[in-house]
Design a protein around this ligand. Sequence first.
Ligand SMILES: C[S@@+](CC[C@H](N)C(=O)[O-])C[C@H]1O[C@@H](n2cnc3c(N)ncnc32)[C@H](O)[C@@H]1O
Length: 244
Amino acid sequence: MTNDTASAWDRFSEEYQRRSALPTDSAHYGPDIPTESTFRLLGDLKGKRVLELGCGGAQCSIAFAKAGAAAIGVDTSPAQLAFAQQLCSASEVKVELRHADMAELAFLRADSVDVAFSAYAFQYVEDLSRVFRQVHRVLKIGSPLVFSLPHPSWWMIAEDQPDPTIGHSYFERQPSSVVWEGVDFTVYRHSFSDLYGALTRASYRVDVILEPAPVSSSPRSWMWNDAMEFVPRTLIVRARKEGN
Ligand SMILES: C[S@@+](CC[C@H](N)C(=O)[O-])C[C@H]1O[C@@H](n2cnc3c(N)ncnc32)[C@H](O)[C@@H]1O
């Protein structure tokens, strides 16, 4: 994590939460695709300890708490966490919110987490191997890490063009800059081979990969782009912790 990422999210948080108006009844995986109520990757959460990495406004953690889990949300942006705190109170659920980097989980005991989850936060992290190792330490054996992030193919799309257009090489590996409302975010392109390699090296077994097509219903989210009809916007991965 860079402090820049946290401060960029501090500046964009209010606008992001206003535009996204994310649900708290089921965990979401990304813009304009079905939610956990369709994909069912997490299993029955009743009585489970669930860790959310990059929880933002904690909408997913609230959904986990509503499903009977003890939810822990971790984020580096104080503004996102302040929104999360308010939303938890308004939703009348308890989520343990932690101001922490997802690569530093020393506050959690080894083998104490039943499910680790992250929606659209890993693209802000350069060294995902470190995150995978930290999460591996805290997960119980056989338990899943489920995450979504921008699909590697999506990085090729020139989002500022009116028609679906390839604007970047798949092989470009340097970080990109994304600017929303004048706030500049640095994002990292994690390819399939990087993700698979980092997960297997950290002793996970990948058991699900999803590349969902967009839902047909409108209205579209604020992140909608017509290229999403042609190229997957979101990649979802489930990987299970193998032995140490
Ligand atoms: C696009 S938002 C997604 C938030 C939430 N998961 C959602 O779907 O609305 C990305 C979040 O990741 C957080 N984040 C980025 N890097 C992080 C890191 N290294 N550790 C913890 N949180 C991080 C940001 O502060 C931001 O709240």
